[in-house]
Design a binder for this molecule. Structure first.
Ligand SMILES: [Zn+2]
Ligand SMILES: [Zn+2]
Length: 288
């Protein structure tokens, strides 16, 4: 489906920045999966259809030292691209044990809160209020991106077809992340949601808001942008959110490009100008 997305006009700095971010994340996926295998817990439980994510059911042991390395690599990369970015120096000074604790809280949730809620509570909670120089939006961006290789390794630890998701689930059945993109498959006419954290896809009714679960057809519509073929924006008037949907004409393997979110950044501009808000794991966008 690559090639359907219009890349012309997207600032080089933005593509370079996110390309480098993806490269760092990819470089860690294998190390993360080795540390998972060493813990001996991944994939040991059956993938039952459940409202509790597999991450919560299995509670794998992740390597927190490795997490801190990813976190510092990403922070350093941002510092190279944006020297002097406000709030970054304070983030670089966060002690390792506190980062490890936040990481453990985010991945080992035992309650029904979403990943996003848990992380927001850690970051906006009182433990960081003693360091007012920290930019919480930026910290959340770095934290979320540092966790991705671990969740990707986790999802890869399952055999194809082993995850039998409850259809129309509002969050990812593997890791509990929110959907950031949709994929409309031409061959079966279905809409799949793509997890913003681990990349897993699951089925969701076309006429249903993935965020507030509204199914009133009168409150669901579509924006087509003529200049950007191969995509559409599904919007919900009930909660005011939007979902970018990539039209997949290939009928091949269900997988979105790693850069699909960035390559469709113009759709974000169109949707936000019309007053819709981004949802899912996209609460902070780093502008170059
Ligand atoms: Zn996920
Ligand atoms: Zn909605």
């Amino acid at each position: 489906m690559q090639g359907y997305i219009e890349k012309a006009g997207i600032p080089h700095e933005l593509l370079d920045f996110y390309g480098e971010l993806r490269a760092i994340q990819e470089s860690y996926v294998e190390k993360c999966s080795l540390s998972l295998k060493a813990s001996g817990t991944a994939g040991s439980s059956g993938a039952a259809v459940s409202k509790v994510s597999l991450l919560q059911q299995i509670q794998p042991v992740f390597d927190t030292g490795l997490f801190i390395r990813v976190f510092h690599d990403i922070t350093g990369m941002i510092a190279r691209h944006r020297p002097g970015l406000e709030g970054l120096a304070a983030i670089e000074r966060i002690p390792g044990p506190l980062l490890s604790q936040f990481f453990a809280e985010a991945v080992n949730r035992s309650d029904n809160r979403s990943f996003d809620e848990t992380l927001s509570e850690s970051i906006y909670g009182k433990r960081l209020s003693a360091t007012p120089d920290i930019n919480p939006g930026l910290l959340k961006f770095i934290f979320t991106n540092s966790i991705k290789p671990f969740l990707k390794a986790f999802v890869c630890s399952f055999e194809a077809g082993q995850v039998t998701a409850a259809e129309n689930h509002p969050v990812c059945p593997v890791c509990g992340g929110s959907p950031d993109l949709g994929r409309a498959a031409k061959h079966d006419g279905q809409r799949y949601l793509h997890c913003s954290l681990c990349g897993h896809e699951w089925l969701c009714k076309r006429l249903k808001c993935p965020y507030c679960l509204n199914e009133d057809h009168n409150l669901l519509s579509v924006i087509i942008v003529d200049d950007i073929p191969g995509c559409r924006i599904d919007v919900c008037e009930a909660c005011g959110s939007y979902l970018k949907v990539i039209l997949d004409e290939t009928g091949g393997m269900p997988e979105l490009s790693e850069m699909a979110d960035i390559e469709t950044v113009f759709l974000d501009v169109v949707a936000t100008r019309r007053g819709y808000k981004a949802n899912g794991g996209r609460s902070y966008a780093l502008e170059p």
